[in-house]
Design a protein around this ligand. Structure first.
Ligand code: NDP
Length: 418
């Protein structure tokens, strides 16, 4: 199989190395990104570690014609988009025009939220949907009919969350419950990189997500909260006690649609006080704004300038110590009786660094990105249209998680989040 990977940042680095490990499936890997020197450095690092043929190219993934030229020149079996959510629609469009399957890890987000055309469409969607997040699945789900007609498959959001968390939901539904009533997705990073402030994936995307209004889904509708308004404490296996905060997260939208009978879905992520204090301060002074400002005759986007100052998440690997614990707590009924369980993975930053030279957040995203691409490329998960991870049989994906470095565990009767 030939895979084209677009993007060469923190997550891509892991996904590409894992494709190299899976060289019984991926025999040719083309790494293409904006800065080709990063692709070349990675290809050089992979020399003599894989039987796959690894080549590189430069591409501006905001340009559909450039993407089409690239795809036609390589003829991949699948395109894996691990650039930024801003590029989702251009890459989906190019895959559609070339008739090639598409896979990504995060849903579409508009780069400039001040763009009047985008803003008008956004205001309309806010009214229809009941939450104000800048990102949602509707832009990509709108491609479903076109992908169906073209006979190609798009698999959306195969990272950890979104991604593995939805596979956990499908697995719980298939094997453990007759009815799922509640889902709490918990994302705990108990690691420490030693910086007062750094984000563990792309700072721009991370800070836009965390500083936005929270929301959860209950009894058929969305309930919005102020940013970080709902806080809980939880004792995580392998990590210990952590504060976690309710966020809006994209997989809630697709799970609400696809898990029949579910009554409530929430998403919590852990943050330390230092992270929150820094983020709030940066927000208060306008540094998280996505709207360009003029500075000494130049247009500058504050959050992009901030990104340039912060540590690159791809370089945190050597400094990060500790573990992550990410999973889903389910409650519901089995054979008429109440049941609760937690399906989760614990991942160690230093072990990830020893294996692929990355910290655990990139690892827990990059491994499922490769697995999702592998599911589509091999046809284990493939049908014409646009799909999320809970739309397919979870069993082969769950097996692959164990095989490729993200073994999962099940705890019966976990403590519930109030
Ligand atoms: P990085 O910023 O480290 O990497 C992004 C890469 O995309 C860089 O190589 C960048 O190029 C490239 N890129 C950006 N714009 C373009 C463009 N116009 N054309 C071509 N290449 C471009 O991000 P991460 O690796 O941290 O994140 C990657 C993706 O993973 C994001 O979409 C993020 O939201 C998602 N993610 C998903 C998670 C999940 O669990 N589902 C968790 C964490 C992240 P350059 O090197 O030139 O800057």
């Amino acid at each position: 199989m030939k895979i084209l990977v677009i993007g060469c940042g923190g997550v891509a680095r892991v996904a590409i190395k894992k494709c190299g490990q899976a060289d019984d499936v991926f025999t040719e890997i083309l790494i293409a990104s904006r800065t080709e020197s990063k692709c070349k450095a990675l290809a050089e690092e992979m020399k003599n570690t894989t039987r796959a043929r690894v080549t590189t190219a430069a591409v501006d993934a905001d340009s559909v014609p450039q993407l089409i030229r690239l795809i036609k020149g390589f003829s991949p079996d699948v395109v894996l988009n691990v650039a930024l959510p801003y590029q989702d629609l251009t890459i989906m469009q190019a895959c559609l025009e070339c008739g090639v399957h598409y896979v990504d890890t995060a849903n579409y987000e508009c780069e400039n939220t001040d763009d009047p055309v985008w803003r008008a469409a956004y205001e309309k969607r806010v009214k229809e949907k009941g939450f104000t997040a800048y990102f949602d699945y509707s832009y990509q789900w709108d491609y479903a009919e076109k992908y169906r007609k073209a006979g190609i498959c798009a698999l959306l959001g195969t990272g950890f969350d979104p991604g593995v968390t939805q596979v956990f939901c499908a697995y719980a539904q298939k094997h453990f419950f007759d009815e799922i009533h509640t889902i709490d997705i918990l994302d705990c990073n108990g690691g420490d990189h030693g910086y007062a402030f750094a984000t563990n994936f792309n700072p721009e995307i991370n800070l836009r997500e965390v500083s936005a209004n929270g929301s959860y889904w209950e009894n058929g509708k969305w309930i919005e909260t102020k940013p970080l308004e709902i806080k809980r404490e939880y004792e995580f296996d392998g990590v210990g006690k952590k504060d976690m905060y309710l966020l809006h997260h994209e997989e809630i939208e697709s799970l609400a649609k696809n898990i029949k009978g579910v009554k409530r879905i929430r998403f919590f992520m852990t943050f330390g006080q230092s992270y929150i204090d820094h983020m709030n301060c940066l927000k208060d002074v306008g540094m998280l704004s996505t709207v360009p400002v003029e500075y000494e005759g130049r247009q500058i986007v504050p959050i992009q300038f901030l990104k340039a100052l912060l540590p690159d998440p791809a370089t945190l690997g050597a400094r990060s110590k500790g573990k992550t614990n990410i999973g889903c707590i389910f409650t519901g009924l089995k054979d008429g009786k109440f049941r609760k369980l937690y399906i989760y993975n614990v991942c160690d930053h230093q072990e990830c660094y020893r294996e692929v030279g990355s910290q655990a957040i990139s690892y827990t995203t990059g491994v499922p990105a490769m697995i999702g691409a592998m599911m589509v490329a091999t046809g284990k998960w493939r049908k014409p249209g646009v799909f999320n991870c809970e739309d397919f049989d979870p069993d082969p994906y769950m097996e692959a998680l164990n095989k490729y470095g993200l073994p999962w565990q099940i705890e019966e009767n976990p403590v519930l989040v109030d």
